[in-house]
Design a protein around this ligand. Structure first.
Ligand code: ZN
Length: 214
């Protein structure tokens, strides 16, 4: 499995495109906001001849969802995420205004496609991702783990030397810390961690050095 990372929108969300030799791909957290970012992401997929099999989200905070509608429109996919986060799709335009995003007249509120739950397997090409339910940053946060590729996509659950904030609606520090310890820190230490913001890390490094969890 190969991984292409895009850092998108003013809040610098990591959007990941995962693909393999079959040219089937999965997009995690399509976060393109400006038209040139959307073009960049779509052109990357089209120019490589990829088929988008799944469009999945780690969670539905507004900064992680901007590109969903553009990709749904362009490719034959629907957005998939955990149902517990669906309430976060209310009032997206107001949230944008609150964070000072330029109002470009686009309604980024995505349509619900499929719901994902803990343990669900997402397949594309010769690859598999397993959804791991780790609530606490948001109530419906999912991480996506590939045992074969030895990596996990953690959204805003776990960052390099940090964890997701828990002061937003539905946030819960105890749940988050418990989920990280039981669902993520039980993965092999060499597992690469691809977070929703910032640089990648490993499970082993975070177990030893993450100041929020040691
Ligand atoms: Zn978030």
């Amino acid at each position: 499995m190969q991984i292409k990372t895009f850092q998108l929108n003013p809040l610098e969300v990591n959007t990941y495109v995962l693909f393999d030799e079959t040219k089937e791909c999965v997009v995690i957290d399509a976060a393109c906001y400006y038209p040139n970012e959307t073009e960049l992401l779509i052109n990357y997929i089209v120019d490589n001849g990829f088929t988008v099999k799944h469009l999945i989200n780690t969670h539905l905070h507004f900064d992680h969802i901007f590109g969903i509608n553009a990709l749904v429109e362009k490719f034959d996919v629907k957005a998939a995420f955990h149902q517990e986060d669906e309430f976060l799709l209310e009032g997206i335009p107001q949230k944008l205004a609150m964070f000072g995003f330029p109002n470009n007249g686009v309604d980024y509120t995505p349509e619900v496609g499929h719901y994902l739950n803990d343990g669900d397997i997402i397949t594309f090409g010769n690859q598999q991702l397993k959804a791991l339910y780790v609530p606490g940053h948001s109530p419906g946060s999912l991480c996506y783990y590939s045992e074969v590729a030895n990596c996990v996509f953690t959204g805003d659950v776990l960052f390099q030397a940090s964890i997701g904030r828990t002061d937003l609606p539905g946030g819960d520090y105890d749940k988050l810390a418990h989920g990280i310890r039981t669902k993520l820190f039980t993965l092999p230490p060499e597992t690469a961690v691809y977070p929703g913001h910032g640089p990648k890390t490993t499970i082993g490094f975070e177990k030893q050095h993450n100041p929020f969890l040691i």
